[in-house]
Ligand binder design. Structure first.
Ligand code: AMP
Length: 268
């Protein structure tokens, strides 16, 4: 991969990277289309597909993560992706160097999934070093992750520009996710409650009824029989510091629907 990337650099080609874990869906397609716009017709869009064990804190989640490489390659071809980079292994067996961000990683996903962001930051830096892109594209769906990666780029002086794409949603508002395929029919209907909960918080902020809002949101979600909320948080979308709910603040939540853990976020 790196040899190829050095050749592209030498030839002055603009390279745009879309890192993914595969099981590609409409959210990824949005990223790929943005990447093509950024690369231009002559540039190269590289999609990496790698289910990164280092970012999974739950062995069952890693085992059950959907893997659909043949289908993913077809989708990439149809979208005009130039290169699919799908390594089977990315780490030396005795790998001992990791990238750790220590501010944005606190709270929410960082607290709920110990080691998760260390795995994410490490794999993304490795991908940047292998593909050497000018630009990399990430989704707002994972707001904390994207914010953290901007920090990694800033604080390690990496020469990559990070661009973000708004969350792609199903008609009922559910954020498209590779994990959605694990939901059965009833769970899939219940999952719409996550987006409705964000709507509830938005309404509350506009009407000024903010007392106990976190708890109200939790109870609203858990009215569905198969749901369990892990966190509901309001935070400043730049600093990531928790804050009171108000207009312009971002809200994020994580919840289990049956055995499947889903996350979502939006500005309220
Ligand atoms: P994943 O394959 O889930 O690791 O995601 C790869 C990239 O796609 C990340 O930058 C995600 O934020 C982004 N992504 C995943 N789902 C969506 C979505 N529904 N809308 C926009 N971007 C997404």
């Amino acid at each position: 991969m790196q040899k190829g990337a050095l050749g592209w650099r030498h030839d002055g080609l603009r390279v745009v990277l879309v890192p993914t874990m595969g099981a590609l869906h409409a959210g990824h397609t949005g990223l790929i289309r943005r990447a093509r716009k950024l690369a231009g017709a002559k540039g190269l869009v590289v999609v990496s597909i790698y289910v990164n064990p280092a970012q999974f804190n739950d062995a069952r989640d890693l085992r059950d993560y959907p893997r659909t490489l043949a289908r993913d390659k077809k989708l990439c071809r149809a979208e005009g992706v130039n290169v699919v980079f799908a390594p089977s292994e990315m780490y030396a067996p005795d790998a001992s160097v990791f990238v750790e961000e220590t501010a944005v990683a606190c709270g929410m996903e960082g607290d709920s999934r110990p080691g998760h962001f260390r795995g994410v930051a490490t794999i993304v830096v490795k991908l940047f070093n292998l593909v050497m892109p000018e630009v990399a594209v990430f989704g707002e769906k994972d707001w904390q992750q994207t914010t953290l990666l901007k920090r990694v780029v800033r604080d390690l002086d990496l020469s990559v520009l990070i661009k973000t794409v708004p969350t792609v949603r199903e008609p009922d508002g559910l954020a498209v996710s590779s994990r959605n395929v694990r939901l059965n029919g009833s769970q899939r209907s219940q999952a719409a409650v996550l987006w409705q909960a964000i709507g509830l918080a938005r309404k509350a902020v506009r009407s000024g009824s903010l007392r106990g809002l976190k708890q109200k949101v939790r109870l609203f979600i858990e009215k569905q029989p198969d749901t369990r909320v892990e966190y509901v948080e309001f935070f400043d979308e730049q600093t990531m510091k928790p804050t009171k709910p108000q207009r312009g603040v971002r809200m994020a939540l994580a919840a289990y629907i049956g055995g499947t853990r889903l996350i979502d976020n939006a500005r309220i």
